[in-house]
Design a protein. Structure first.
Ligand code: UGA
Length: 437
């Protein structure tokens, strides 16, 4: 099928490349000229394992093209994906200006019956807005154009894996006509047995928000438990193991730590809460989830202060700056919130990340960013594990002990074994587990 994807961020680019890989003709459009030039030369604008190879394969087969002009992709497209950004407004509500502008421009260029798919995470009710925009822009063509909600469930760092082997496909449409081309588009996956959920549009929009909100709630639940375990002398990892053994609960997303970050959970949770409020339902649980998440970073800073007393003239190494491993995305990263709070306390903060160092430096100029974890830890009075990169899990802990000025480790991701840290002579503050001293 002929597909146009507007917006080549994480979601848009992975969508482009995975659809081209199964044989569709895809044009990826983005107004950012530098990004399009980079993509045309086969270079990926962000770090995502497996994506450069998939893009290159698409370019080589000529099934994937990139352009700065919607006019290059929309006119002949049977399906147009809207994958533009929906950043938060001051109020927490999603800012949908880019969605409206993209829809308007797509409509100006469409020359045939088509389906417009909202893929960006948008509040329930957005499809109705899109439909009205279609009607205003092109009353001649609007009756032949359907609007579909097809939310994505991609995780950064595993986006290619999730796109090629999804655990579900969600298609929301109001009317049978719109489902037909969507089933054809996803036929290669459907034939392989990937479950498809066909719902009305409001249900699809809400289901996407519900998934992210529920996962955030799970993380905040275990982080609240961690605070309690620290006070009670209990071990949150063991508590999570016991909970997780119950199939109805499940062990995933019960890892206590610095909390969730990134460009999805924090902003989607707020947008969902705002949407509920606008619809007349106060979803206070979601507000509490966000508060517990902010507290997770503060709790780690308190541990550093507990260990070091005064922070002035103390060198603190923050290991991991991306919001999670295997990505260079630092947006709303708990690591950066932590680094900022430590700097505010007067500490000398040195950060290291396997891929996100430059981005972090751009965001926090006062943060010293170095190129190896050993440079960061040299002479440090405390090391904080902020992102659970494999490199830190595999680190030579004896070397770490001898590199540091004081052997203090605050583990915001619980990657080390307390007994081992004890044996090596560290003062070790895990999350939700007894301190080793
Ligand atoms: C998330 C969802 O997992 C995807 O299904 C969804 O498609 C995506 O948002 C989206 O809406 O676009 P992502 O933001 O890439 O994906 O990251 P996750 O792997 O879900 O992790 C989110 C945050 O939670 C990270 O900061 C991670 O460190 C943290 N986390 C995760 C915990 O603190 N504890 C856990 O047990 C699990």
């Amino acid at each position: 099928m002929r597909v146009c994807v507007v917006g080549t961020g994480h979601v848009g680019l992975v969508t482009c490349a995975s659809l081209a890989a199964v044989g569709h003709e895809v044009v990826g459009v983005d107004s950012d000229e530098a990004k399009i030039e980079q993509l045309k030369s086969g270079d990926s604008p962000f770090f995502e394992p497996g994506l450069p190879e998939l893009v290159e394969e698409g370019l080589r087969s000529q099934r994937l093209r990139f352009s700065t002009q919607i006019a290059d992709g929309a006119p002949e497209a049977e399906i147009v994906f809207i994958c533009v950004g929906t950043p938060p407004r001051e109020s927490g509500e999603a800012n949908l200006v880019a969605v409206e502008n993209a829809t308007r421009e797509v409509m100006q260029h469409l020359s045939r019956a088509a389906v417009i798919v909202e893929k960006s995470t948008v509040p329930a009710g957005t499809s109705e807005r899109i439909r009205r925009t279609l009607q205003r822009e092109r009353p001649d063509l609007a009756p032949q154009v359907d609007v579909v909600s097809n939310p994505e469930f991609l995780r950064e760092g595993k986006a290619v894996e999730d796109a090629t082997n999804p655990d579900r496909i969600l298609i929301g449409a109001d009317g049978e006509r719109a489902f037909v081309p969507m089933r054809e588009l996803y036929k290669p996956w459907i034939d392989r047995g990937v479950p498809v959920f066909e719902t009305n549009i409001a249900t699809a929009e809400l289901a996407k928000h519900a998934c992210n909100a529920f996962l955030s709630t799970k993380i905040s639940f275990v982080n609240a438990l961690a605070r309690l375990c620290e006070r009670a002398g209990a071990d949150v990892v063991a508590v999570a193991d016991v909970m997780g053994a119950d199939d109805r609960i499940g062990r995933q997303f019960l890892n206590a730590g610095l909390g969730y970050g990134g460009y999805c959970f924090p902003k989607d949770l707020l947008a969902f809460e705002r949407l509920a409020s606008r619809l007349g339902y106060e979803f206070g649980l979601l507000r509490e989830v966000a508060t517990i998440n902010d507290d997770a970073v503060r709790a780690a800073v308190e541990k550093v202060k507990d260990a070091l007393w005064n922070m002035e003239d103390k060198r603190i190494a923050v290991l991991g700056l991306a919001f999670k491993p295997d990505t260079d995305d630092i947006r709303l990263s708990p690591s950066l919130a932590l680094a900022r709070q430590l700097l505010d306390e007067g500490a000398h903060v040195v950060g290291y990340d396997p891929v996100a160092g430059l981005e972090a430096k751009g965001e926090i100029p006062d943060l010293e960013v170095v190129n190896t974890m050993w440079e960061a830890c040299e002479g440090a009075h405390c090391v904080v594990i902020a992102t659970d990169w494999q490199e830190f899990k595999d680190a030579d802990l004896e070397r770490l002990r001898s590199t540091m000025a004081y052997p203090v480790v605050v583990d915001g991701r619980n990657i080390y074994e307390p007994a081992e840290m004890n044996r090596l002579g560290f003062t070790y503050y895990p999350t939700g587990r007894p301190v080793v001293s």
